[in-house]
Each structure stands twice: as structure tokens, then as C-alpha cells.
Design a binder for this molecule. Structure first.
Ligand code: MG
Length: 301
């Protein structure tokens, strides 16, 4: 049977290697940094700071080191987070609604804690674009109860005002992301790493925020971050969840099912609304700087 010590420090590894120095056997395996063989055991030290004892006396040898190193198996069961891990504990930040003519823009910053990784693993967390609306609605309910988050909704009337004041979409996004992250940092302890699904070069992101008093600068910007980090996927799922809920409310208010995205169907519905209720009715439910608005008006001519 194999007995393994994991996550040892370099000095602990050195102690073990020194102890078995006289029994060292050369090896060519790049993953094995040290190998020793006595009459009753073999000792393999891996480059990942893991040590394996095998052979007749493996258990005795393992027990001896557990004592000498005051090694606690329990504490090593939670492995040290690695930035390459999908479930890397961090704050993820993402937005939705920026491609939809109807409906608000929603930004979410979500904190994924190490202690909750198991819970998230049991849920089917992935890129929200690959999940159905129904699944997002039920998943959203679940993840709201697990982690701490900040969710910001920019309603259409406010969006249209900002556009009139000369904001562009990226500046609006930068403003909302910064605000959501600052809100979230106020709610939690510590300073976890922040990962943002990148929508503009880093330099531009901070340029958009140059008039803001408080700017969080400690951010890792990554494209396709939603599929690389669960924290960003969670932010995106929760933002999408809030968007869908909001969209349903808008549809009810208007009295017809509004289509998502921007397409001919969206142009037609917008045209119908303009014809029946006047242009003004779109101000509170749509993003008027989209081409859709002009296309809809053109359809009426
Ligand atoms: Mg995104």
C-alpha cells in the first residue's frame, strides 16, 4: 500500500531527502526529484512536494514522518488554490444586456470563496451563454444564497440619459463594473483577487474612470473569463438571472413578449410599439442609440 504526504514545504522536503540520502537511487523522471530505496521501503519525492512511501514498512515510515513533521492530514485536504483552477477563489465581474435593444444593463460582481467550492461543484456552473434561460432562473436562485455579490441595474431611461450626455457603452460598463466591485469589497472581509471579463483594453478601462473618485485598480482583465473562471461564470449567471427577471416584468408592463438581442424581429416589435404608442414609449424600455431604433422607424415609412 502507498502512504502519501502532500503539500510539504521545501524545508520539510529537504529534511526527508537528507534523511534518506544514503539510499538515494538516480532516476530520470522529470516529475520525481528524489528517489530512495532501502531493504523495506521506497521513498519517492515528487516535484509537486508530495512524498510517497511504499513497501513492507511504508506505514511505519509514514507514521514516523507524521510525528516528526507534526503533519496534519486534515489541513492538507483543502488544497492550496492555484490561479489556473477553474474554481479559483476570487471576485468575478461580468455584465449582460449590452447587446439587447430592449431591457436594462446589469453588472454583477460575485465573490467565490474557497469554503464554497464544493457547493459550486455540485451545481452545473458554466458559461451562461451555454445555459438555457430556465436553467439560469433556477441556478440564479441557488447561487444568490451561497456567495456575496453586488448586482447593479442600469435602467433604460438612465441609460438613454447617459448616452445623451456623451457616454459610450464601454464607459458605462467601466463605471458599473467599478461600482459593483467597490460595493462588494465593502461587504466582504479580505482582498480577494478580482477577475473581470475584459471588454476593453486595460488602459482604456481606467481612462473611462479617470474622473471617478474611487477606482479599484487591482483587477486581472481576461478575455473569455466566463469560461475560464467560475467566479466570473457565477457573476454572469446572476446578472443574466436578474436580466431575465427584469425582462419579464418589462414584457408584462408592455403587454407583449419582448424579444431579446437585436434582430429583424426586434426591429419589427419596436416598429409596432412606435406605431401604436409613439416613440416616447421606448425611452423607458429600450436603448435608443442602437441601430434598431432607426431601422424600426424606417420600417414604418
Ligand atoms: Mg462579458
Amino acid at each position: 500500500m502507498n502512504f502519501v504526504l502532500k503539500n510539504l514545504s521545501d524545508s520539510e522536503i529537504n529534511r526527508i531527502e537528507t534523511f534518506y540520502q544514503d539510499f538515494k537511487v538516480a532516476n530520470n523522471n522529470t516529475y520525481i526529484r528524489f528517489f530512495a530505496k532501502t531493504e523495506y521501503i521506497t521513498v519517492t519525492v515528487y516535484s509537486t512536494n508530495k512524498v510517497m512511501f511504499q513497501g513492507e514498512d511504508a506505514k511505519e515510515e509514514y507514521d514516523m514522518w507524521v510525528n516528526m513533521l507534526a503533519y496534519h492530514e486534515e489541513s492538507t485536504k483543502t488544497k492550496t488554490p492555484n490561479f489556473k483552477d477553474y474554481f479559483y477563489p476570487s471576485i468575478g465581474s461580468d455584465e449582460v444586456g449590452t447587446g439587447d435593444f430592449f431591457g436594462p444593463i446589469i453588472v454583477c460582481a460575485y465573490h467565490l470563496k474557497q469554503a464554497d467550492v464544493k457547493t459550486y461543484k455540485a451545481l452545473n456552473i458554466k458559461d451562461s451563454k451555454r445555459l438555457s434561460d430556465d436553467y439560469i432562473l433556477s441556478l440564479g436562485e441557488a447561487i444568490k444564497e451561497i456567495g456575496t455579490y453586488s448586482l447593479l441595474t442600469l435602467h433604460n431611461d438612465k441609460y438613454n440619459q447617459l448616452i445623451e450626455r456623451g457616454f459610450n457603452m464601454n464607459k458605462i460598463k467601466a463605471y458599473l463594473h467599478n461600482k459593483a466591485i467597490l460595493n462588494l469589497l465593502n461587504k466582504i472581509n479580505g482582498n480577494p483577487e478580482i477577475i473581470m471579463d475584459q471588454f476593453t483594453p486595460e488602459k482604456n478601462y481606467f481612462r473611462y474612470l479617470n474622473k471617478e473618485q474611487h477606482v479599484c485598480r487591482n483587477i486581472t482583465f481576461l478575455t473569455k473569463a466566463e469560461s475560464r473562471y467560475a467566479s466570473v461564470a457565477l457573476a454572469s449567471i446572476l446578472a443574466r438571472y436578474a436580466f431575465l427577471k427584469h425582462f419579464n416584468v418589462l414584457s408584462k408592463q408592455i403587454g407583449l413578449t419582448l424579444p431579446k438581442g437585436a434582430s429583424l424581429k426586434v426591429d419589427e416589435i419596436a416598429a409596432k410599439l412606435i406605431e401604436e404608442r409613439g416613440e416616447k414609449c421606448l425611452y423607458d424600455i429600450a436603448k435608443l442609440n442602437f441601430k434598431t431604433f432607426n431601422k424600426a422607424k424606417a420600417l414604418l415609412k
